[in-house]
Design a protein around this ligand. Structure first.
Ligand code: PLP
Length: 337
């Protein structure tokens, strides 16, 4: 199908050029962008790091990999609440995002399900959490919770913060990177009832490190919110030591601490983002040699069924029969793509 999206989002280049560069309008997981993020796209090229993250490629139609690669669906005692590790709970507050990242590991949830922080949903979550005093931290994620209406967000955050265990709240959101204008004083006000608040975002490439994004991070930090970054190592986007180092140095200056660098998961439709695990180790070692400890994220592989986020280093990898695996934190061998 001819690429028509370039007109809708005012992208540079012609439909024929987008087609020729391997992009498509055919993905079941639809294209969704902000004008701001579209403005960071420089050219209709398979190597444009922002286009690659935001515009569907033909490779997405491949059925390699699994949908729920982490087996999250098996740990969902209440719809939209994931409880895999005893001290931490994830709330999928919405399935909506400002930009549909092409490497999304929860893209499968977008097909046919709608979750939003409706009153009855929230009541079910709070019911579940009420007696569970072991829960230290509640991660509000999705989807992107900072796309929720202010009143809904404010209500959710304050009700979670008021639980008997007084959990620390961590919000997972790409808003600072993809829609920085969204970080307004009204948005900050809706987060005031949270108590100690952490916000983990996702900056992946130097093109995302703009003055607008810096301003958004500055506003969040000035409001007393602790900022972290969860980067994903993506082939053709940031599988490059200099690019990752540059982003992380910039983040530190914005008072946002690099937290994780993830290997991408084996989620269906994302095979073209996979980075060879040995190459990922080489990147991690080179980064560790040059970056300050403050600028260095923990490089991890997330493993299915509660196996944990396993720190990646050469000693952690197991090579056997031409395949590469890693031992998860429960001692099980997990094969990598
Ligand atoms: C990643 C994840 C968390 C949070 O892990 P941290 O290491 O604390 O960042 C919690 N629950 C689930 C199911 C996760 O996948």
């Amino acid at each position: 199908m001819a690429a028509l999206f370039n007109n809708v989002y005012g992208l540079p280049g012609t439909a024929a050029e987008w087609d020729a560069a391997g992009y498509t309008a055919d993905s079941a997981y639809q294209l969704r962008m902000t004008d701001y993020y579209a403005s960071l796209i420089k050219e209709p090229s398979a190597q444009d790091p922002v286009a690659r993250q935001g515009v569907p490629r033909g490779e997405e139609l491949s059925t390699a990999g699994e949908q729920d690669a982490l087996g999250e669906g098996g740990h969902e005692p209440v719809p939209g609440l994931l409880h895999v590790y005893s001290e931490r709970v994830l709330l999928l507050a919405t399935d909506h995002c400002a930009v549909n990242c092409r490497h999304c590991n929860r893209r499968w949830r977008r097909c046919g399900r709608r979750l939003a922080a409706q009153d009855s949903t929230v009541a079910g979550w709070l019911d579940y959490l009420h007696g569970r005093t072991e829960v230290q931290e509640v991660l509000i994620t999705g989807g992107d919770p900072l796309t929720l209406p202010h009143a809904v967000l404010e209500d959710l955050v304050s009700r979670v913060a008021a639980l008997p265990s007084r959990p620390v709240i961590r919000i997972g959101s790409r808003i600072p990177a993809v829609w920085p204008e969204r970080v307004t004083s009204r948005l900050l006000r809706s987060l005031r009832g949270a108590g100690p608040l952490y916000l983990h975002t996702q900056f992946n490439c130097p093109a995302e490190c703009t003055p607008e994004a810096a301003q958004a991070l500055g506003r969040l930090a000035d409001a007393g919110i602790n900022l972290g970054n969860q980067m994903v190592l993506l082939a053709g986007v940031n599988d490059d030591v200099a690019a990752i180092a540059q982003v992380n140095r910039w983040l530190v200056r914005q008072r946002c601490r690099p937290y994780y660098l993830f290997l991408p998961e084996r989620v269906q439709g994302t095979a073209h983002f996979q980075v060879d695990p040995w190459r990922a180790v080489a990147i991690a070692e080179a980064l560790r040699l040059q970056l300050s400890g403050i600028a260095m994220p923990t490089v991890v592989v997330d493993t299915p069924n509660g196996g944990g986020k396993v720190p990646l280093h050469r000693g952690a990898l197991v090579a056997r029969d031409g395949r590469v695996g890693i031992r998860d934190l429960l001692g099980r061998l997990v094969w990598l793509p």
